[in-house]
Design a protein around this ligand. Structure first.
Ligand code: PEP
Ligand code: MN
Length: 405
């Protein structure tokens, strides 16, 4: 992870040579890396102004070279890639409206150019990542979060913070946050930017205009150079706080709780909960060898079975004494909360093997054969059937095994 925030700023649209160079000066002075500006503008209505096109690329390149700023601008047509390459565009923005344009995405991937891919107006994460894979890989593609087109009475687009955290934590791409198109209002840009930086985004892209009131496009959300100065200062401080506390974040992430558990149950115990199982997972299978059904469910869902009067038993590796070979055991929590243990060997079996027999187990000691996991589970059920554990008789039983990894 880069330690510095990647900073991109500039007008929504390149309006004139004078405008872009004036804004470029102000963003350079606060340490921005990329000058943004639309040369080819996608617009909502036919007849709207669509930008200065190639002329604007030329102005951007010139000012970029002069001030040592990289340039990022939107490409809408695969046929323009050559022109963008001629002007040395450093980052090819794919906008919300073209986020699923197959031919454009594949052409950018083939050209091996750096891409800033916005999320589609209403695309799912799967669709967005699918598009990213077409345009390149995590070394060449950055994702730009610009909000979903669900205009509320507050924001132009809006961004779900849960989705943002998920994206930052679970995708290999660099995440660039666009507070301008998310909010649509300059007064909201500061606050949402701070929140996003706290989640660990890699960078921000912000619309800036020296005269937002008269901007040709997106003036309502454009901030002034003075506001940008405050924003960049605050964002960098917030970034440092994030980095200083990375240890806490990692500590939190290294939770030992697995994502899934496999649960085992007898067909006869299933009758009252079969709908519940189907709700938790469509996947379950039954083993002819053991007569036991198995399903994989998300961690944290087991408690509902206890509420329904089930005893819950965890299959654990059990080592009677340090240094002695381990065996499988079942730890059962009864619906009322008391715990019992089933261990793999009977007293007789332990004695036969010359093992110590004075280990003080709570509850009953019952015989379970050594063998494959399914067999231990089957034997546990047989034991229960045989009522060797009086406190268990009557309570339906679910056994579970944590799924590692
Ligand atoms: C833009 O960046 O100015 C733009 C048109 O954004 P989006 O594609 O997110 O609407
Ligand atoms: Mn814009």
């Amino acid at each position: 992870m880069a330690s510095n925030l990647i900073l991109m700023a500039g007008p929504c649209a390149v309006e004139s040579e004078e405008q872009i160079s004036r804004i470029a000066d102000s963003i350079k002075s606060v340490g921005v890396d990329y000058l943004r500006g639309g040369a080819f503008k996608p617009r909502t209505s036919a007849g709207d102004w669509t930008g200065h096109g190639e002329k604007a690329l030329k102005w951007m390149r010139a000012v970029g070279d002069k001030l040592e700023l990289k340039i990022v601008t939107e490409i809408m047509d695969a046929g323009d890639i050559k022109m963008f390459q001629d002007y040395g565009v450093d980052l090819y923005q794919v906008g919300a409206r073209n986020a699923q344009n197959q031919s454009l995405l594949f052409a950018l991937g083939d050209a091996k150019v750096p891409v800033l891919l916005k999320n589609g107006m209403n695309s799912s994460l799967t669709e967005w990542l699918g598009s990213a894979g077409k345009a390149g890989d995590e070394n060449s593609v950055m994702l730009c979060v610009r909000g979903k087109n669900n205009e509320t009475d507050i924001a132009r687009n809006g961004q779900d913070i849960t989705a943002l955290v998920h994206l930052v934590d679970n995708t290999p791409y660099k995440i660039i946050f666009d507070p301008s198109h998310i909010t649509g209002k300059r007064e909201l840009v500061y606050g949402v930017t701070m929140g996003a930086v706290a989640t660990g985004v890699d960078g921000i892209i912000v619309e800036v205009h020296h005269d937002p009131i008269a901007a040709k496009t997106d003036g309502r959300q454009s901030i002034t150079p003075k506001q940008l100065e405050c924003l960049v200062k605050a964002a960098n401080i917030q970034r440092q706080v994030y980095l200083d506390n990375i240890g806490l974040r990692e500590g939190f992430s290294s939770s030992e709780i697995p994502m899934h558990v496999d649960i085992y149950f007898r067909e006869s115990d299933l009758t009252n909960i079969s709908d519940l199982i189907t709700e938790l997972t469509p996947k379950k299978y039954s083993s002819e060898k053991t007569g036991i059904l198995t399903a994989r469910i998300p961690t944290g869902a087991l408690g509902v079975f206890r509420q329904r009067g089930y005893a819950i038993g965890e299959v654990v590796k059990y080592a009677p004494k340090e240094g002695k070979s381990s065996a499988e055991a079942i730890h059962i929590t009864m619906p009322a909360g008391e715990k019992i243990k089933l261990t793999p060997f009977s007293l007789e079996a332990l004695q036969f093997r010359g093992r110590e027999t004075d280990v003080n187990f709570h509850g009953a000691r019952v015989e379970l054969a050594h063998g494959f996991a399914g067999q231990v589970i089957r034997d546990a059920y047989l034991t229960v059937d045989m009522n060797k554990v009086p406190s268990l008789s009557g309570a339906p039983l679910i056994l579970y095994n944590v799924v590692k990894g």
